[in-house]
Design a protein around this ligand. Structure first.
Ligand code: SAJ
Length: 477
């Protein structure tokens, strides 16, 4: 406990002005909720100048939301706080100097996940720029998902180097990982419990004070900064693990001639006080910007902070294995496609494939790390022609994405269902058959969207992930 820091915080008094660095999916709702709180007088949104950044600054200062997708309450709240003069956006980091606290929400991708080589350059630039303007008695909070050890390590070092101040003595430093999901940004910040990890007790307390006014149902869960970093990485690694567990089971069920969804229903039925299986859903793969990278943040932290870990001792960890199982699923979709084509004397070479679904998640336009990309690439390498449909995603680098479903289904030998868009649940077997113009079109269901019987009885060759009960069905002429 630092008396000096405690005195500095007491002299500064309650937090009244906040700077939020990084105007993205995390920073914008965070800044708007702080600005909307009667506890705070003003919030600066800080965004670096760049082709997209400058456009964001101008839009935000007009009270316009630069995020895609539906975000309940966010647009209204943004307009309200801009009109009230409680929020403005700028690229000028010096505004940090007039604030009592600064949060940093800048993305933290990996250059190479497997090699655990991060690309933290943007985050480190942001931290350096904040460090140039922090003053005594200020609070700095990292909200980005970061490798365990970052807050007490490189972040602390950069802030101290730039400010000539000492963290934990002259300013408070904490990690409060974001837990927001597209489509629920405002609700998640208000209602999710908030993990708060200070580098010391004083910093934890100061950070909890800052978040209390924006929480409605959410509770504060204090811990150390490193424990907070581990919590964030692990909560997503665990979800990825749960998905890998049901994906592996789906492969087993295919091999054993069993319907994985019957098995899942049976397993999920075992629940009573303290007993649960939390079984998730098998599918064509795991995409997005969270689960595909957060395991590797956890792995990197364990490697950097730990000595020798008894297990895996050089072998693949359980969590990385889970990543590999989930990343294998698009290849399994290709295997199912090839197996189906063989049944009608065809191969990938020269086949026309309708790939339905590019977004990584149902009924969304978010196409970050789409599982379908691997299938698309491998199918083309195998000599197939692939046409992609998605009702929400309109563009993707070097991939033509069509919004007219009929045009993609027309003359298709194969229909591969990758994303659980509601639209695809209504695929009409006779209509699809007529459009495909094939005697035995192949349909591969990666998300359990269609009724196999409706398609098999009309001559389709059906394959479904986990559908060992029907994957070798008799061919109906
Ligand atoms: N997926 C499956 N089977 C499942 C669930 C998901 O194959 O049972 C696939 C999805 O198709 C998608 C990928 O996994 O491709 C990720 O889906 P997701 O539902 O986990 O969505 P994300 O990636 O946006 O995860 C976020 C995370 N939130 C944060 O990091 C703040 C995660 O912690 C949440 O649990 C998750 O949202 C959620 O529950 O919506």
């Amino acid at each position: 406990m630092s008396r000096h820091l405690a005195d500095l915080l007491a002299m500064r008094g309650p937090i009244k002005r906040i700077a939020v660095v990084g105007m993205g999916y995390v920073g914008i709702p965070s800044a708007v909720l702080f600005a909307d709180s009667l506890s705070y007088d003003f919030v600066w949104g800080i965004q670096r100048e760049s082709p997209t950044g400058s456009m964001k600054i101008a839009m935000l200062n007009r009270g316009e939301l630069p995020l895609r997708g539906k975000e309940p309450d966010l647009a209204d709240l943004l307009k309200k706080v801009v009109d009230a003069g409680k929020f403005r956006c700028t690229s000028d980091y010096s505004k940090v100097e007039e604030c009592d606290a600064t949060t940093i929400a800048i993305q933290t991708p990996f250059k190479s996940s497997e090699a655990l080589i991060p690309d933290f350059s943007s985050l480190e630039d942001g931290i350096r720029n904040v460090g140039r303007y922090i003053t005594e008695g200020m609070l700095v909070v990292l909200e980005s998902t970061i490798t365990p050890g970052t807050t007490v390590g490189i972040a602390r070092e950069l802030l101290e180097e730039e400010s000539n101040l000492t963290a934990g003595e002259d300013f408070a430093l904490a990690h409060a990982p974001e837990r927001v999901m597209a489509g629920r940004l405002i609700r998640n910040i208000r209602e999710h419990d908030r993990i708060i990890g200070g580098i010391d007790e004083e910093s934890t307390v100061r950070a909890t004070e800052m978040y209390i006014p924006v929480l409605t149902k959410g509770h504060l869960i204090p811990m150390t900064a490193t424990a907070a970093e581990v919590t964030k990485g692990a909560e997503n690694a665990f979800r990825d693990l749960q998905i890998a567990a049901i994906n592996e089971l789906a492969l087993y069920c295919e091999a054993m001639g069993v319907n994985v969804y019957d098995v899942r229903k049976g397993i999920a039925s075992l629940k009573e006080e303290g007993v649960t299986r939390a079984i998730l859903w098998p599918g064509a793969g795991v995409g997005g910007h969270c689960l595909t990278k957060d395991t590797y943040h956890l792995e990197r932290g364990a490697r950097l902070l730990g000595g020798t870990i008894d297990y895996p001792l050089g072998k693949e960890s359980l969590y990385v294995l889970a990543r590999h199982i989930n990343d294998f699923m698009p290849q399994h979709m290709l295997y199912l496609t090839t197996e189906a084509l063989v049944r009608i004397g065809k191969t990938m070479q020269g086949s026309r494939i309708a790939l339905l679904g590019w977004a990584y998640i149902a009924d969304s336009d978010d196409a970050r790390n789409p599982p379908s990309f691997l299938y698309y690439t491998l199918a083309q390498q195998g000599g197939a022609t692939v046409k992609v449909h998605d009702p929400f995603v309109t563009t993707y680098p070097d991939v033509d994405i069509h919004q007219n479903l009929d045009s993609v289904l027309r003359d298709a030998d194969v229909i591969a269902l990758f994303t659980a868009h509601s639209l695809y649940r209504d695929l009409d077997a006779p209509y699809v058959k007529a459009l495909s113009n094939a005697i035995h079109p192949v349909i591969v269901d990666g998300r359990n969207l269609i009724d196999p019987g409706e398609f098999i009885k009309r001559g389709f060759i059906y394959k479904g992930i986990g559908r060992g009960d029907v994957n070798n069905h008799p061919i109906v002429d």
